[in-house]
Write a protein that binds this ligand. Structure first.
Ligand SMILES: Nc1ncnc2c1ncn2[C@@H]1O[C@H](COP(=O)(O)OP(=O)(O)OP(=O)(O)O)[C@@H](O)[C@H]1O
Ligand SMILES: [Mg+2]
Length: 404
């Protein structure tokens, strides 16, 4: 059972849990080591349903679906599912490729804390990589060539993993539903994170490629503005904001962005799905064309350097193979970096990384930096600011309770 999980525990004789990597609405992700013959060993990620959830059949069904759907996708921009099973006590485990790095929520948070703007070429490059993964899922075919698209349905910052080697991978097709299993999900349950849901999903439309594109649009908008797009005092207000669909121009949030990038993101966020990019490929091409307008590099090398610097800023050990390791639930949160409110903060580690300095060109911010980004009003239950609250998402019907 997952509630017996602890560092050192060995599951089904071959997966040794090393440390918790993070916790979402439905599960805890562990860094683990798989051991094979001789001295063979490999780092993997293991997702475990949280204690107490094992009894819920709909949860189990979702978990099984995640494994089934995910295992059918093989793409460099999709986190590979490697194994799925039940341990000796009946607890489920999902074994995935381990991504040494950060999720996109953490990456943006690191810039926010350092009072730096996120480099727009890197945000665009991440967008292109994610769109490649989405495109592979949307254009999936069966062995006999029949279209069998997989819709992600939960494109959100925490489901985009950025590697220290400069890769960007989409994970958690857990809320995905293959078109060939249309009856899997319970009706009237809005799954996924509300603030990333396309407006037509609220009124009961079926998830499709264009709803995934909308979700990515929200992720990219937020990564560039460094604040939430759709906010509210509670889930209902968030829902109303999504339905209202007011998308402030990004060029009003910071003054270093090419207008063409704003145009692309606005198009991905069009209220009317007909006005959005119709395919992930189409949007990827549009982002690539914006990237051609800059001489700044946005390939794996600067992205990897940026992820490594972000880990340093967040106080995550950049030297261990431990990568994205969150403190145990009762432990004190990772220390905040002290910020000189007058000017962008630089840690000594940052200053020593000349390659990072090249990447992180200090893009001028239009707004004064001594001001916290726009936050929604606090009330009960609050929908906190994306980058500094202790909820990084609003999930329905599941609610996250953790810091990082
Ligand atoms: N394959 C992986 N390699 C490395 N770290 C991972 C991997 N998968 C997940 N993580 C880390 O674990 C965290 C928790 O993942 P999890 O999918 O359980 O929750 P979530 O994505 O935050 O929310 P949700 O329940 O909506 O998916 C992620 O945010 C990420 O930081
Ligand atoms: Mg996830």
């Amino acid at each position: 059972m997952a509630d017996l999980d602890a560092p050192g525990r060995i599951i089904v004789g071959k997966y040794e849990l090393v440390s918790p990597a993070g916790e979402g609405g439905m599960a805890v992700v562990w860094k683990a080591i798989v051991r094979g013959a001789g001295s063979f060993q490999k780092v993997v990620a293991i997702k475990r349903i949280q204690a107490g959830k094992n009894a819920d059949p709909s949860f189990i069904k979702m978990f099984e679906e995640e494994a089934r759907v995910g295992s059918q996708l093989q793409h460099p921009n999709v986190v590979q599912i490697m194994d799925f099973g039940r341990d000796e006590e009946g607890g489920y485990y999902l074994v995935m490729e381990w991504v040494e790095g950060l999720d996109m929520f953490q990456w943006v948070r690191s810039y926010h804390r350092a009072m730096k703007v996120t480099p727009w070429p890197l945000v665009s490059a991440i967008g292109i990589e994610v769109l490649r993964g989405l495109s592979a899922a949307h254009e999936r075919t069966t062995d006999t060539g029949e279209p069998a698209p997989i819709i992600h349905r939960d494109v959100s910052p925490s489901n985009i993993l950025l590697g220290v080697n400069g890769t960007a991978k989409l994970t958690d097709f857990g809320l995905a539903r293959a078109m060939d299993r249309a009856s899997m999900t319970r009706p009237n349950v809005i799954k996924g994170k509300l603030a990333y849901c396309a407006p037509e999903l609220i009124t009961g439309a079926k998830a499709n490629a264009r709803t995934d594109i909308f979700g990515l649009g929200v992720v990219l908008w937020e990564a560039l503005a460094q604040k939430r797009l759709f906010t509210g005092k509670n889930d209902l207000e968030v829902l109303l904001a999504v339905r209202k669909g007011a998308i402030p121009p990004l060029t009003g949030e910071r003054d270093d962005l090419p207008g063409a990038l704003d145009t692309v993101i606005q198009q991905s966020l069009a209220q009317n799905p007909e006005e959005r990019f119709q395919t992930a490929k189409e949007m990827a091409r549009a982002l690539a064309s914006v990237l051609r307008s800059t001489t700044e590099h946005a390939d794996a090398e600067p992205l990897g350097a940026s992820v490594r610097a972000a880990r340093t800023r967040l106080g995550k050990d950049p030297t261990s193979a431990g990568a994205v390791i969150a403190p145990p639930q009762n432990a004190a949160p990772a220390p905040d970096i002290d910020v000189d409110m007058g000017q962008p903060e630089k840690s000594s580690e940052d200053l020593s990384m000349s390659d990072v300095e090249v990447v992180e060109v200090e893009l001028r911010q239009k707004k004064p930096v001594d001001k916290a980004p726009q936050q929604p009003l606090q009330s009960d239950p609050p929908v906190r600011g994306l980058w500094e609250g202790d909820d990084k998402s609003v999930a329905l019907p599941l609610t996250r309770k953790k810091d990082d």
